[in-house]
Design a binder for this molecule. Structure first.
Ligand SMILES: [Zn+2]
Length: 429
């Protein structure tokens, strides 16, 4: 066998090609899971034997990318309803963080990863936290992950600059042999340091090929203070082409334009921002300013069901309602934002984010429960974004290999383990 797999008959969504509508076609992956052929119509078989998977009647979307997630939070859904970000952190991080025991962060992170994968999210930036057994378990969970992981390392945020560098050094030793097994690396650069300290740290991260990833301008209650710190962040090298700013809601025109001009990116998390009452990022103006924008589902304790369709709709509808303008952002654009643009924000769009030759065969197969085959091709974009949900997912493929059957495909053993661990935490905390 050549290890080639031919996926035939599905309707493919070319998010990378603005001039092309969805079309019925085929794609072929090689033994390594890379797309080696894609096109309209039927595949012409070669002399070598191939495995054929019939996707007739299905919609085939690129695997979704969450450019900002906290996987460990997956087991704490429904927590702290009615709380804004800082109060929510008190009820989640500060209550349970100190009570975490060895094995907790590994199990919880795996739970979160499995959960995103069955909801069609095949690439995840896991923005980790420093409590529990330190980075070792979250790193191991990344190595054992089925989904592709961009790993965001989190040192103790409120420690001195020197302590942070020492912790970073230990982390680099921890990952030395396996760094190549994650898609990308970044560090959580939140924290109050002097301009010169920030500049030294930013320069070092640049030399190490590690990106910068931070929450910024999320909670409206601390926005004014954070806005005041923007000039120092700029001077300290924390806003640049390797920077990902999660949320980035409460900007001023000057901050927005300066961040865009510096080449920084933001991650829009509509579900989480709605749940926590954080606000509505002004995505249309950010686009006009040229800011790079990705999307994320954030942690599952603030976007409690990580359904990327729900995430897209929440964002789209908040913007349309807030502006009284149904044309402010369209379905096709937001689908690209949650796939290819999110991959670009993480710097991994050469590997994932769209169905193209040379990229990984990561895709989501959906079987809508409504008639759609007679719709004009252009109408399939809104069909996918406005009418589908994760419940319509029948298969998730990663590198040409079927890795999940959708939301109902659960890992009961892992769920039971996590339930026992969370019960212990509730007793202890
Ligand atoms: Zn977050």
């Amino acid at each position: 066998m050549t290890g080639r797999t031919v996926f035939t008959g599905g309707t493919l969504f070319p998010v990378h090609n603005p001039g092309r509508e969805p079309y019925r076609g085929h794609l072929v992956t090689d033994a390594a899971g890379t797309i080696i052929e894609i096109g309209a119509g039927e595949h012409v078989p070669g002399p070598e034997p191939e495995t054929v998977v019939d996707l007739s009647g299905a919609l085939v979307l690129p695997g979704f990318v969450s450019a900002h997630s906290h996987l460990w939070q997956s087991v704490f859904r429904g927590v702290a309803d009615g709380c804004s970000t800082m109060a929510w952190i008190e009820r989640l991080h500060k209550r349970f963080g100190p009570a975490l025991e060895p094995g907790d962060m590994y199990a919880f992170t795996r739970h979160g990863e499995r959960d995103l994968l069955r909801h069609g999210i095949t690439t995840i930036c896991n923005h980790t936290h420093e409590f529990g057994a330190g980075p070792a378990e979250q790193w191991q969970a990344a190595l054992d992950s089925t989904a592709r992981i961009a790993y965001s390392f989190s040192p103790p945020l409120w420690s001195s600059a020197a302590e942070r560098l020492s912790v970073l050094d230990k982390f680099l030793h921890l990952i030395a042999d396996d760094r190549h097994r994650v898609l990308a690396l970044s560090m959580n650069t939140t924290g109050p340091h002097s301009v010169s300290e920030m500049r030294r740290e930013s320069a070092l991260l640049g030399e190490l090929g590690i990106g910068l990833h931070a929450h910024y301008l999320e909670d409206p209650n601390v926005a004014a203070v954070q806005q005041d710190g923007f000039d120092d962040l700029m001077a300290g090298g924390r806003i640049g082409p390797d920077t990902v700013l999660a949320h980035f809601i409460h900007t001023t025109p000057r901050i927005r334009d300066a961040a865009a001009h510096a080449g920084a990116a933001m991650v829009w998390n509509p579900l989480s921002n709605g749940r926590l009452g954080s606000g509505i990022a002004d995505i249309p103006r950010y686009r006009d300013a040229g800011l790079r924008i990705g999307m994320g589902v954030d942690g599952q304790a603030s976007a409690d069901t990580p359904d990327p369709f729900q995430n897209m709709r929440t964002g789209l509808y908040l913007l349309r309602a807030a502006t009284c303008n149904a044309a402010i952002l369209d379905a096709r654009t937001i689908l690209r934002m949650h796939t290819l643009d999110s991959a670009a924000v993480l710097g991994v769009d050469r590997v994932v984010g769209s169905l193209e030759v040379g990229k990984a065969g990561d895709f989501v197969v959906c079987d809508p429960a409504v008639p759609w085959t007679d719709l004009p091709a252009a109408q399939l974009w809104p069909l996918a974004v406005l009418a589908l949900s994760a419940a319509d997912i029948t298969d998730v493929y990663l590198g040409g290999r079927r890795v999940s059957g959708g939301p109902a495909d659960r890992d009961r053993a892992l769920e039971h383990e996590c339930r026992d661990r969370v019960s212990r935490l509730h007793r202890a905390a």
